[in-house]
Design a protein around this ligand. Structure first.
Ligand SMILES: C[S@@+](CC[C@H](N)C(=O)[O-])C[C@H]1O[C@@H](n2cnc3c(N)ncnc32)[C@H](O)[C@@H]1O
Length: 349
């Protein structure tokens, strides 16, 4: 994600689709067995980025837990992300945002971990409630180059598609195994993330097309080298229903976890809705370009050489953002946003 608070400012798309997941998280907070009274209750947020979109779910769960525990019981919230995440903005957000769950509750303690969620990152049997939104679509690595696109869902390279599918299956199992280690008996984990729907659709088609067309134009114009373009791969996937549920096939448990809820959710294209109201095609293009800048441009820019050339990096990001914005403004289309919502439970001992 882009640092300097950019993700917080340009993640309204993600924010507007959290409602059903927050309802599931609040219900989990109502039902989850609580640790003995001497112990704090730990809530974990996997893939927090700069924290803006974590405030509402954490606040909702904390309010529910307060009705069960009263005002004094210590609650701990641990936000986790990769080591290079913009944790400074995360802590500023927790301290200053008017919607912060820390405001007015002196018995909530926030902390952060900078380590991949594909590993064990919190103590065994410590987490009562886990939350992860818009994060586990990111693979632990790109398992193969994509010769014809930056996003595997739009690639026609069968070998690459299979390599991504294998990596997606392995990463999902690793994610679940690590959470099984960390969850308390009876603990719950709510996951909302990008997905493929039952027709196989990943969504974002016009945005991804604009992105690739702009990158190809940059190569043709000599701004981008062919070897840089060849290295540009976004290691995200949309898993489908079968792929999400594969570890739990035939109702079995996986690493002691059960999938107690699975639902496909269609995200709301808020920029399309705004376009219907104000007919401002430039704003439509600019908003979707800002969304992709905040979420995937840094990954693309990592292919530039030399990596130390900050000026070229920012010129690349600016040019890509302007190009994508212009293309989407010229031919606006409603974006499909397929999502999956899962609730995973660890049985009581
Ligand atoms: C699109 S942001 C989602 C942020 C926030 N949860 C939301 O709902 O808007 C995805 C986040 O997942 C993080 N992420 C990706 N791979 C990760 C990994 N292996 N371990 C931890 N965090 C990861 C990224 O660094 C990024 O901050």
């Amino acid at each position: 994600m882009e640092g300097g608070g950019t993700y917080n400012r340009s993640s309204g798309v993600q924010a507007s689709d959290l409602d059903r997941a927050i309802a599931a998280f609040t219900q989990a907070a109502r039902e989850v067995p609580l640790p003995p009274s001497a112990e704090p209750v730990l809530l974990a947020d996997y893939g927090s980025s700069q924290g803006r979109n974590s405030l509402r779910p954490m606040k909702a769960a904390i309010e529910m837990l307060r009705t069960r525990l009263g005002p004094e019981r210590p609650l701990c919230v641990t936000h986790t992300d990769l080591p290079g995440n913009d944790f400074a903005t995360l802590f500023e957000t927790l301290a200053q945002d008017a919607d912060s769950y820390l405001a007015g509750d002196a018995a909530v303690f926030a902390s952060a971990v900078g380590r991949s969620f594909y590993q064990r990152i919190l103590p065994p049997a410590s987490v009562s409630l886990g939350w992860s939104s818009w994060a586990v679509q990111w693979l632990s690595r790109a398992p193969a180059p994509l010769p014809d696109h930056v996003q595997v869902a739009c690639s026609n390279d069968m070998a690459a598609k299979q390599a991504f599918a294998r990596q997606a299956a392995e990463d999902w199992r690793d994610f679940l195994a690590a959470r099984s280690f960390e969850l308390r008996p009876g603990g719950r984990l709510v996951v909302l993330t990008m997905a493929r729907d039952d027709s196989g659709e990943f969504g974002y088609r016009s945005l991804l097309q604009a992105l690739v067309d702009e990158l190809r134009d940059m190569v043709a114009a000599g701004f981008l080298r062919a070897d840089e373009w060849a290295r540009m791969t976004i290691p995200t996937v949309g898993r489908n229903r079968d792929e999400w549920l594969a570890p739990f096939a035939s109702g079995a448990s996986f690493e002691g976890l059960s999938a107690v809820h699975f639902e496909q959710v269609e995200g709301h294209d808020r920029f399309w809705a705004q376009l219907q109201a104000d007919a401002d095609t430039r704003a439509f293009g600019a908003n979707w370009a800002a969304f992709s800048r905040a979420s995937v441009f840094p990954t693309l820019a990592a292919a530039l050489e030399p990596a130390s050339d900050e000026g070229r990096r920012s010129a690349f990001m600016d040019r890509l953002e302007a190009g994508v914005a212009g293309r989407l403004a010229a031919a606006p289309e409603r974006m499909r946003i397929p999502l999956a919502l899962l609730v995973i439970a660890k049985p009581q001992a």
